[in-house]
Design a protein around this ligand. Structure first.
Ligand code: CS2
Ligand code: MG
Length: 403
């Protein structure tokens, strides 16, 4: 029986901050897990170093479920993003180890391929209407079959999804939190025009998505969903903050626009009502936020019963280790919907090597044993952690609001 010999946390900032767990066995095989929690990275690294790693030494790395339950039930304090990201990192690393030891890609351990390729959606971020139309067109030309459109809103200075100076969009900024501005009225008046223009320009075929980023009340979300129905969105994401799960009943009464929720959720208990009452169409919780592959299997299987499909979060603040885990998982389950794909910075790719690939709008996890991702620790050491936070958001009169 192999044993966990040691484990370490690697915090680095190649283009942005990442927290990576590396678990070593006494047989020389190691596994990687992602523990990155945007803006709260050090909380997870210290949770792992101080409280989790000491409990792992000497355990059998093949007992993935038992170790998961030990860390979840054994902490007594359940759920929450810090705990669940730490457990997720251990879980990913153990699936990686198991795949390497059995010399097979992780998707094979999860039941094998359920499809040939994974449809991904890209981000088109524009400062205004014409810029956004151009960005959507650029991504369609790159082969993407599905594109999420975000746009600057007339009359609002700085908001979610709009890059500074035409660069790539990366919401976390160095230093303490910057401030964005918000007006629901201006947003709601503008958004239907954006999607009408996109359909007029690109026709019916491309899948179009949009992220409201938790900014509407249920009745406002109902209005937006209804007004964009003629443009048949693939989904409307996070239209309201979702702590109040039953509020989605109100949204559902008003619109047939498909709804996606869950990138900030951590466990099956956060979405139980949303799924079992069929209030959403896509669940977005990623492998790193949702306690790893082991817990996400339960979530995906539960969702399948209620016709809810997956659409995992895949922004750049999820490391290549989470992206690889997601792709193996996506390939294996029946109720896969779509996968978010926001390509990492070139510098990130110097630190993490990967076997997953993109081609013509689809992704493939590759056939390397385990997850197929590695970290170059010497390269990582060149990019030490830099404090960075997501912005905060205020209404025009100064009221603190959801970002
Ligand atoms: C977003 C993210 O990709 C998405 O759907 O909501 O950009 C999100 O804002 C970041 O991951 C936050 O860290
Ligand atoms: Mg989102």
């Amino acid at each position: 029986m192999a044993k966990i010999k040691s484990a370490k946390v690697i915090v680095c900032s190649p283009g942005r901050n990442f927290v990576t767990l590396k678990i070593m066995t006494d047989e020389g095989v190691y596994g990687l897990g992602d523990a990155t929690l945007n803006g709260r990275e050090k909380a997870v690294s210290s949770y792992l170093e101080e409280h989790v790693i000491p409990c792992l030494i000497g355990r059998d790395p093949s007992q993935i479920e038992d170790i998961w339950q030990y860390l979840y039930k054994g902490a007594y304090w359940r759920r929450g993003p810090v705990t669940m990201s730490a457990i997720a990192a251990v879980d990913m690393a153990l699936w990686d180890i198991k795949g390497k030891m059995l010399n097979t890609p992780v998707y094979n351990l999860l039941g094998g391929k359920s499809r040939d390729k994974i449809m991904v959606y890209a981000h088109a971020n524009g400062k205004d209407l014409s810029d956004t139309v151009e960005e959507v067109g650029r991504h369609l030309e790159m082969g993407y079959k599905a594109v999420r459109a975000q746009s600057g809103i007339p009359g609002i200075d700085k908001t979610y999804g709009v890059p500074k100076d035409k660069g790539r969009y990366e919401p976390a900024e160095k230093g303490l939190p910057k401030e964005d501005q918000w007006s629901t009225e201006k947003y709601l008046n503008y958004l239907p025009t954006l999607f009408k223009t996109l359909r007029d320009e690109f026709g019916d075929e491309p899948h179009l998505l949009h992220d409201c980023h938790h900014r509407l009340t249920p009745i406002e979300a109902g209005r937006l969903g209804k007004e964009v129905e003629p443009y048949h969105l693939f989904w409307l994401e996070d239209c309201t903050p979702a702590e109040l799960q039953e509020s989605f009943k109100l949204i559902r009464q008003h619109t047939t626009t498909p709804l996606a929720v869950g990138e900030v959720f951590n466990s099956i208990w956060d979405m139980q009502e949303l799924i079992s009452s069929q209030l959403i169409d896509y669940i977005r919780t990623s492998i790193v936020r949702g306690g790893g592959i082991s817990h996400m299997k339960k979530i995906a299987n539960f969702a399948e019963i209620y016709h809810v499909r997956t659409g995992f979060h895949g922004a750049t603040d999820l490391s290549p280790v989470t992206m690889a885990s997601a792709l193996h998982f996506d390939l294996s389950i029946n109720n896969f919907g779509i996968q978010e794909h926001m390509p990492h910075h070139e510098i990130t790719e110097e630190v993490f090597s990967r076997s997953y690939t993109f081609e013509d709008g689809f992704m493939y996890p590759g056939d390397a044993p385990g997850l197929g991702v590695d970290i170059n620790e010497d390269e990582a050491a060149k990019y030490p952690y830099e404090r960075a936070y997501l912005p905060v958001n205020r209404k025009e009169d100064g009221t603190m609001f959801n970002w």
